[in-house]
Design a protein around this ligand. Structure first.
Ligand code: PLP
Length: 415
């Protein structure tokens, strides 16, 4: 088959493809401990709320027609947009309306659109890139650019905390914004590290973006007001120069594929135009499932009182288990301030992250090798090969067994 450059780019062994494939295969084979992907946990209370809402939608002829029988406008379901704009005004005082919001089929799709409208080849033959101010960063960005050499990222400063913890900090001295940079992007909380960039870091990055007249994209897939997976203090921010991306996935709805972009009206008009061209309209399902709980604010209560404690508890259990099992092993763990991952660092690891991943897979534990998470970083930093991401969102017993096996394998390697 003869492919275009676009076809070749999208079919070239993408990291996210091999990760999703691997996870799919491991899941289908069964018997594996899945600590690799970003699937959220299944929380009965959330599922009950959603099941009730689904029944209401299917029992009412008019609602059912809107749910499955009508295309929404390219910006998405109007009542959902109004309810969300009103919630954000009420909760955070942000100066926005529904015209500042656009839905996409999953936030992954939003990043594809945003990155490629802001970076890539320009009309005059120039080139623009997306700057990730701090690597490691979300693996899902790595293959989204339609041209090569799409990202630039910057090594963080590493702050050691006690014997076994560390925190990445943005190294502002390492950031240079040239005319080649089309936008800045960070995930907050960060996938894979569970880091939450501080208010000061976010404010400085926002200032940098504004001074250079480029947008600053904040990926809020795990943030507040929903799903609220933040275990530290962090102020949510938005203004017309920021593009805030949200998602219903980690609230417990990854299969409904609903992404939410909150931005200046001009960017929203542009995005909804792209939506119309590529998808005609975003799906209505996630929007209609959640409009009522957004309107009433119940989504915030569920996030604060159900989702956050669910993951925070899992994080604490996983961390305690890790501290017990890893005694005597030279390891460090990033302070887990949010999301659902532990990011492990083994200074001086005598094999690569991918070799460690393969060995663990043979033992029935699926994790993700850390080296995937440094898109756009200049090669040569040993650290990228010394890290591992594990997900703690699944059953506690499985996570415990997984951590035991990782510790056993590391002892064998380091012996
Ligand atoms: N951003 C981050 C940081 C993620 O971890 C994910 C999924 O794991 C996404 C975006 C994409 O999520 P979705 O497309 O399900 O909204």
């Amino acid at each position: 088959m003869k492919l275009s450059a676009f076809g070749e780019k999208l079919s070239a062994g993408a990291g996210i493809l091999s990760l999703m494939d691997d996870l799919g295969t491991a899941l289908a084979e069964g018997g594996k401990i899945m600590m690799g992907g970003g699937n959220p946990g299944h929380i009965p209370e959330i599922q009950t709320v959603m099941a009730e809402r689904l029944r209401t939608l299917t029992d009412d002829e008019q609602l059912l027609r809107r749910l499955i029988g009508t295309y929404d406008p390219p910006r998405g379901e109007g009542e959902f947009l109004q309810a969300l704009a009103s919630l954000l005004r009420r909760e955070y005082g942000w100066d926005l309306t529904e015209e500042n919001i656009c839905l996409t089929n999953g936030s992954q799709g939003a990043f594809f659109l945003l990155f490629n409208v802001l970076a890539g080849t320009t009309g005059n033959g120039g080139k623009r890139k997306i700057l990730l101010p701090m690597a490691p960063e979300y693996i899902g960005y790595a293959d989204l650019g339609l041209v090569d050499d799409f990202f630039v990222s910057v090594r963080p400063r590493i702050e050691m905390i006690g014997d076994h913890f560390f925190k990445y900090r943005v190294d502002f001295e390492g950031i240079t914004i040239t005319d080649e940079i089309g936008a800045l992007c960070v995930s907050r909380p960060t996938n894979p590290t569970g880091n939450v960039l501080t208010d000061d870091e976010i404010a400085r990055l926002a200032r940098l973006a504004e001074e250079n007249e480029i947008p600053f994209i904040i990926d809020n897939a795990y943030g507040v007001p929903f799903p609220g997976m933040i275990y530290t203090e962090a102020t949510p921010v938005w203004n017309e120069n920021l593009i805030l991306c949200m998602s219903l996935s980690k609230f417990g709805l990854p299969a409904v594929r609903t992404g939410i972009v909150i931005a200046g009206k001009e960017m929203i008009r542009l995005l909804s135009g792209v939506n119309a061209v590529v998808n005609l309209a975003p799906g209505s399902f996630g929007a209609m499932l959640t409009t009522e709980i957004i309107r009433s604010g119940e989504i915030i209560r569920l996030s604060r009182e159900v989702i956050k404690p669910f993951y925070q508890h899992k994080m604490q259990r996983a961390l305690t288990c890790l501290q017990e099992c890893f005694k005597g092993i030279a390891y460090k763990v990033h302070v887990p301030e949010g999301a659902m991952f532990l990011w492990l660092w083994f200074p001086g690891l005598p094999l690569s992250g991918r070799q460690l991943y393969e060995r663990l897979k043979k033992r029935g534990v699926v994790v993700v090798s850390g080296d995937y998470f440094f898109p756009g970083l200049a090669p040569g930093w040993r650290h990228t090969d010394e890290c591992l991401r594990i997900t703690y969102s699944q059953e506690e017993e499985a996570v415990r067994r997984g951590i035991h096996i990782i510790a056993e394998e590391l002892r064998a390697i380091l012996a």
